[in-house]
Design a protein around this ligand. Sequence first.
Ligand SMILES: C[S@@+](CC[C@H](N)C(=O)[O-])C[C@H]1O[C@@H](n2cnc3c(N)ncnc32)[C@H](O)[C@@H]1O
Length: 277
Amino acid sequence: MAGRWRSSGPLDDAGPKAPTVDTTVAHISRVYDYWLGGKDNFAVDRIAAERVIAAYPNIVRSARGNRAFLGRAVRYLVDEAGIRQFLDIGTGLPAANNTHEVAQKAAPECRVVYVDNDPVVLSHAEALLASGPHGATAYVDADLRDPETILAAAAEVLDFSRPVALMLVAILQHISDQDDPYGIVARLVSAMPSGSYLALSHPARDIHAAAMAEIAVRMNKLIAEKVTFRTRPEVLRFFDGLQLVDPGLVPVPRWRPASDLEATSPTVMWAGVGRKS
Ligand SMILES: C[S@@+](CC[C@H](N)C(=O)[O-])C[C@H]1O[C@@H](n2cnc3c(N)ncnc32)[C@H](O)[C@@H]1O
């Protein structure tokens, strides 16, 4: 099935509307793209990205390690957990090993719904929609703070009577405590049947704490999407009611690393995968 997207109104095949892109303020999708080595960023994003690098040079390796975790988690979910449906919220700009590419390489019938609220990500949605013929992908232009809209749109492509993997990889730091991040995650998980999974990563407040405090100050000054970094116990709360699979909630590179070298890569993020029983 060809990919489809939804920007507002029902899913359609007409293409995304021309998004309004603000190039005067940095946006996290583009800053993260810069750290990953991408080209979909503007001068304002590069300046912000470099200011963060100046506070903690290993942020680049941490971001790349986070991207590698995304791939390892998807492969685990397909190969070992038998998952064939993914709801990937906070997709980011297309990069190497997007969720549907990793998933469909392992099992071509995988169905993936991507969600992001960034207009530049929307404008690149086509690259995320290149589903293999046996599976499906869709893109939903929506905000994580509106889980009902996300669930309604995702239900047009995913079958919520069968297990789904909810991917919240490096996005929850953009949901402040006032916006009830725990309630949002619980609502999304409540829509998924037993045998579903939550995979998430989250910047830490308790790894390299001084550098992370400075990074938070710089990001909140320079980037449109504000950040709240969290401690391991605070991140663990997102898994309430779920069973963490081995090795639990750990620094990103230690989540099922492919090599000893990968396991020791620098990080400022927690990662884990939990199963709903
Ligand atoms: C750091 S990137 C992570 C990209 C990808 N998940 C990864 O880990 O490689 C965070 C993404 O979340 C998106 N985002 C931030 N706040 C959001 C919100 N409230 N609703 C939807 N997307 C959001 C940003 O636009 C950005 O693309």
